[in-house]
Design a protein around this ligand. Structure first.
Ligand code: NGQ
Ligand code: ZN
Length: 459
């Protein structure tokens, strides 16, 4: 691939908005210059564009759940909860085949790209066949997701999941969890197999599923054996029941226990981290780890609200994820993140700092930094050495009419539901043009066929 360049009327750089910015990248999709003119940027010809912002990282995804989004919204016999949803999800997870997973992931990635995500971290635990038997290629399912990412052009961090137990104290897996079964050796085997695919678009880390599904000893073993610098993600303290079970088992709250036993640093992404006490919140903020917030899923599943304001005040890092994919847009995640806080505190404009008074700018920039860190990939900023992952917004849309640069993100995040993402470049490759992906019709056809098959096989 050849390199390229654009000349942006306004571009969001790490230290804020700048006018007339040329951005050039090389054939590997890495930014080589950010300058005032195309010549500065070392580019002879640069396409002129309007508003450019870095593409967002989606730091938490279970791709297969895309195919059940919106299908668990009917009340059951008793009271519905996260745990009753989980039973439905398990039933669904038990049916999907490798080919169907690839079709579903491709649809998901097109949805994500169209709405402004340029990379995703896949928290992948569908390791085995439905009956619990290993596939001939143990990383088969992960490779299917990687193939969907390659086909659609989205960047990917694959996180093979350690999943050994059905609850605290090494409880046995339930029958519906057999598909997820893995031990430390199996995860490291998948990491090794997937490492052969590593390139500018693809990275590999690992993820103990939760303190429920992996023992503390296993988590330590995995963290120590992973190649240095690779991201480690874990679900933590999403539901009050998990906090209670952790207290009963260990005498400590989940985050406090993990912190004491493993330490936490910039390699770690703590997904959800909803139910933290004040000391845990401060410790997480001080650790350099990223909180992986998934507001649309957390709302859908009735989790609770992360305490964003004190966390930001303490210098905490966060990124966003679409998790169960009830939403496909960073706009929805960031809007919910801010609105949840406003509803709770009965105040406005929560996500600000002494030096950043624009809520949209703070949210987008902070989620970029946290997401990039959690992805273990050089993304998240229009800066030399980072991937050329960026969005060209539709500056002709009425919502952006006459917007000064520092109002753009406020309008993007808080006005209406039209998708204002016009073009998307990932690693310098234009994958969305005028809102469309070149493969989207074929990918949607495959998705519909996969969904029809999955429905036929419903119990
Ligand atoms: C998951 N999802 O692994 O897909 C989980 C549910 C669990 C979310 N936590 C299962 N949103 O936590 O045991
Ligand atoms: Zn999750």
């Amino acid at each position: 691939m050849n390199g390229g360049a654009v000349l942006a009327r306004h571009a969001l750089l790490p230290d804020g908005w700048a006018r007339d910015v040329a951005i050039a990248w090389n054939g590997d999709g890495v930014i080589t210059a950010v300058g005032a003119t195309a010549a500065d940027a070392g580019a002879a010809a640069a396409a002129a564009v309007g508003l450019v912002i870095p593409g967002m990282v989606n730091l938490h995804s279970h791709a297969f759940q895309r195919a059940m989004a919106g299908q668990a919204e009917t009340a059951g016999e008793g009271e519905d909860s996260f745990w009753t949803w989980r039973e439905l999800m398990y039933r669904f997870a038990g049916r999907i085949t490798p080919a169907q997973l690839e079709a579903v992931a491709a649809q998901l990635f097109v949805d994500c790209l169209r709405h402004g995500y340029t990379s995703v971290c896949e928290f992948h635990y569908l390791h085995r066949a439905a009956d619990g038997a290993a596939y001939a290629r143990p990383a088969e399912m992960a490779e299917r997701v990687a193939q969907a990412a390659r086909e659609t052009g989205i960047g990917l961090t694959m996180l093979p999941v350690l999943y050994s137990h059905g609850g605290f104290g090494a409880q046995p897996l339930g029958p519906r969890q057999r598909r997820f079964q893995s031990d430390v050796g199996a995860v490291l085997g998948m990491v090794e197999a997937l490492d052969r695919l590593r390139d500018g678009q693809f990275e590999v880390g690992a993820a103990p599923h939760s303190l429920r599904a992996a023992s503390m000893a296993q988590i330590g073993e995995l963290a120590a054996a992973l190649p240095p610098g690779r991201p480690i993600h874990i679900h933590i303290a999403e539901q009050q029941l998990e906090v209670d079970a952790c207290l009963a088992h260990s005498g400590q709250r989940p985050l406090a226990w993990l912190l004491e036993r493993q330490g936490l640093d910039a390699r770690w992404c703590l997904v959800h981290a909803t139910h933290l006490d004040e000391a845990e919140l401060a410790a997480l903020a001080a650790s350099g780890a990223v909180a992986g917030l998934c507001p649309s899923t957390e709302a859908n599943l009735g989790d609770g609200l992360f305490a964003l304001a004190p966390y930001l005040a303490a210098g905490g890092r966060f990124g966003i994820g679409s998790d169960s994919h009830v939403g496909h847009s960073p706009v929805e995640e960031l809007r919910w993140l801010e609105y949840g806080q406003r509803l709770r505190q009965q105040r406005r404009n929560i996500a600000v700092s002494p030096v950043q008074r624009h809520v949209g700018d703070l949210l987008w920039q902070a989620a970029l930094a946290g997401g990039a860190q959690a992805s273990g990939r050089p993304v998240g900023a229009l800066a030399v050495g980072r991937r050329a992952d960026f969005l060209v917004l539709d500056d002709e849309h009425p919502n952006l009419a006459g917007a000064p640069a520092d109002e753009v993100l406020g309008r993007l995040l808080f006005a209406g539901n039209d998708n204002l993402v016009r073009d998307v470049l990932v690693g310098g490759r234009r994958v969305i043009q005028d809102g469309r992906h070149a493969g989207q019709a074929a990918i949607a056809a495959r998705y519909r066929a996969a969904l029809a098959q999955l429905r036929e096989r419903s119990p």
